[in-house]
Design a protein around this ligand. Structure first.
Ligand code: UT7
Length: 334
């Protein structure tokens, strides 16, 4: 029997219109463009500020574009996975809302929670589903409305994050392209350093939790920074060694966009020049599960069939990993 590979056949994306600049932020908290640019590398981020719209709105826009670009019949989709930390509701899943909005009749759908590593986990999940032979076409989405849980009076976190979503179609192929391998890790010891204190089953919402601002993202930045640099660099190097990849035959590194200094550190460990690293943090900030597919969306035209891509991400949990993808189509022909 021929080997089935899982290949990405298209990308769709969406970022909301409202641009929150460093200039505007510096009127909200005690910060400035120079600090944000040198410590994080974000110039502006997008915010979904229309009332009543949540993550499924971002996901829907991205997935609709994907369906159009790939000329996909809604009946042909087997499954939808939405990686997100900011679901529309605790339940039902954002993926089920998305299914309805896309008019999918033959799909099942679920949310996947792995924080900023969510898209990596979704990519590996979809690849395994396709390789099993039981699924032919899976939509994976990375979507987050980070502004829904950022405290805009906390200067240590509010410059970092933004809202956005992007989606990929993953399909079966017998060609030698696709999602080749992943190394994914989780270590729950990361909990104290990056979490939301209330709103879950341990500490349900109450007047106390609201009064004490416990529904915002909490981060010990320096600790997370340290773990992110070492974990992403180590796992990317491990993946490269495993597949004989090096600075000469890696075409692109696709890193999570949390901090430009982290991206620099990962690239320099592999001695890969920044010209081969996808970077859009300056325009969108950290969109959590959205960062990796938004990079593909922005760089799609530059991608060529057969390109070697290494994805890497790090997030709350801690969760982290790297995936090796042999790109399946010429982006400039789309
Ligand atoms: O995506 C999930 C994973 N998340 C990450 O990967 C994020 C990892 N962490 C980081 O990217 C960085 O730690 C931050 C960007 C969050 C912070 O940068 P840092 O270089 O680690 O700064 P710091 O927290 O050590 O703060 C340095 C100084 C402090 O002042 P003192 O104590 O030295 O006087 C802060 O109060 O910078 C101050 N500071 C600011 N100053 C101006 C913190 N935030 C700001 C700000 N503007 N926005």
């Amino acid at each position: 029997m021929e080997k089935i590979n899982a290949v990405i056949t298209g990308v769709g994306g969406y970022i909301p219109d409202y641009v929150l600049t460093n200039e505007e932020l510096s009127r909200m908290v005690d910060t400035n463009d120079e600090w944000i640019m040198t410590r994080i590398g974000v110039k502006e981020r997008r915010i979904l500020n229309e009332e009543g719209l949540g993550t499924s709105y971002l996901a829907r826009k991205a997935a609709k574009q994907l369906m159009q670009k790939t000329d996909s019949d809604p009946e042909s989709i087997d499954c939808v996975i939405v990686a997100t930390t900011t679901p529309d509701y605790h339940f039902p899943s954002t993926a089920s809302i998305l299914c309805d909005k896309l008019g999918l009749k033959n799909a099942y759908a679920f949310d996947l929670q792995a924080a900023c590593s969510g898209f990596l986990y979704a990519m590996e999940t979809a690849a395994s589903m396709i390789q099993s032979g039981r699924h032919k076409k899976v939509i994976i989405v990375g979507a987050d409305k980070m502004s829904s849980m950022v405290n805009y009076s906390d200067r240590a976190t509010c410059p970092i994050f933004g809202d956005g979503a992007a989606a990929c179609m993953v399909e079966a192929t017998t060609e030698d392209y696709g999602i080749i391998d992943s190394i994914l890790r989780t270590d729950g010891k990361g909990l104290p350093f990056l979490h939301m204190k209330a709103g879950g089953s341990v500490c349900p919402p109450s007047y106390f939790t609201i009064d004490n601002k416990m529904h915002y993202l909490y981060q010990e930045g320096r600790t997370v920074f340290k773990y992110a640099v070492s974990s992403m660099s180590d796992v990317t190097e491990q993946m490269a060694k495993k597949h004989g990849l090096n600075k000469d035959n890696i075409d692109w590194i696709v890193p999570h966009q949390a901090n430009l200094r982290i991206i620099d550190a990962v690239a320099s460990r592999l001695e890969v020049p920044l010209s081969k690293v996808m970077v859009n943090i300056q325009r969108y900030g950290n969109t959590s599960a959205g960062t990796l597919p938004l990079c593909l969306w922005d760089y799609e035209k530059q991608l060529k069939k057969g390109d070697n891509l290494i994805f890497t991400a790090f997030g709350a949990g801690f969760t982290w990993g790297a995936s090796y993808v042999k790109w399946g189509y010429d982006g400039d022909k789309i």
